[in-house]
Design a protein around this ligand. Structure first.
Ligand SMILES: C[S@@+](CC[C@H](N)C(=O)[O-])C[C@H]1O[C@@H](n2cnc3c(N)ncnc32)[C@H](O)[C@@H]1O
Length: 272
């Protein structure tokens, strides 16, 4: 069995995935059919990547970020973009038991979280409980199976080095992160207007200054791949690093930077 994923320390998470989630979040908020001055909830807000994008794009009346990790929330609260934004608040909580009253928000969003929740259907039912009639519900997850090249390459290389790594591969662990399972998850939510449900993709370019900029965040211990690396031997870790260097060489540009693509699947819908 794969071990528990670690989400404790915000700074290494920002270098590993937070900086890329911020790019996806900026595109995600643009595809939402939302309005200014409404009440938002960001479930699994982590270090606040999506919360920031909502504040910037949609000037909410209020936005609550909920996450089980106090370490991530303390970094979110300290971020400069929230200074002077009393409408943004951050609360410890779980997607399955949101610390939010019934019918109290107009939009529920969640970025890169649903696959980490033990019971996604129960979590989405909980989104529907706290959302007011007609509310927007939208989320995105990485396309671990194909389009998220950094992680796809990592797990392919890791499985070549260590056959046991395959069980930690996020594509295998998270079959939810495909268009049809996401569509079903949303369509089955209590009160959802099934005709409003859409699945789309968002792509970003990830530009790393050099190979160290790509590799060192994998040593930060936050999330599945870094958690796996901490559990393996020094020799395996070095072999994965060398394999990653070779496997990402095609993305190397003349100035030494490396460009990889990342695709996220987006699911959106409205309560009836
Ligand atoms: C990949 S991070 C995404 C964080 C942030 N939304 C972003 O886009 O950068 C996954 C987040 O899910 C949170 N998480 C894990 N299990 C959760 C649960 N049961 N309920 C809510 N959040 C959860 C973690 O603490 C972590 O902040």
């Amino acid at each position: 069995m794969a071990g528990a994923d670690v989400w404790q320390s915000g700074e290494p998470y920002e270098r590993y995935v937070g900086r890329w989630s911020r790019l996806v979040a900026a595109k995600f908020v643009d595809v939402l059919d939302a309005e200014r001055d409404i009440r938002w909830l960001d479930v699994g807000c982590g270090t606040g990547a999506l919360t920031s994008a909502v504040v910037e794009r949609w000037a909410p009346a209020s936005i609550i970020g909920v996450d089980p990790s106090e370490g991530f929330l303390s970094l979110a609260r300290a971020r400069p973009e929230f200074a002077g934004h009393d409408e943004a608040s951050f609360v410890v909580g779980d997607a399955g038991h949101l610390p939010v009253p019934d019918d109290s928000v107009d939009a529920v969003v969640s970025g890169l979280v649903l696959n980490f929740v033990p019971d996604p259907a129960a979590a989405v039912a909980e989104f529907a409980r706290v959302a007011a009639p007609g509310a927007l519900m939208a989320a995105y997850v990485w396309d671990y199976a194909e389009g998220m090249q950094m992680l796809r390459t990592f797990w392919d290389v890791a499985a070549d080095v260590d056959a046991d790594a395959a069980e930690f591969d996020e594509a295998r662990r998270f079959p939810l992160c495909r268009p049809e399972p996401l569509r079903h998850l949303w369509s089955d939510a209590p009160g959802m207007d099934v005709d409003s449900v859409r699945v789309k993709s968002i792509e970003i370019g990830m530009v790393f200054a050099d190979f160290d900029d790509l590799w060192e965040p994998f040593l930060g211990g936050q999330g599945p791949a870094p958690t796996y690396l901490q559990s393996t031997t020094d020799a395996s870790r070095d072999a994965v690093r060398d394999g990653m260097r070779e496997a990402t060489a095609w993305g190397c540009r003349p100035d030494g930077s490396i460009m990889l693509r990342a695709r996220a699947w987006v699911v959106v819908g409205r309560l009836g």
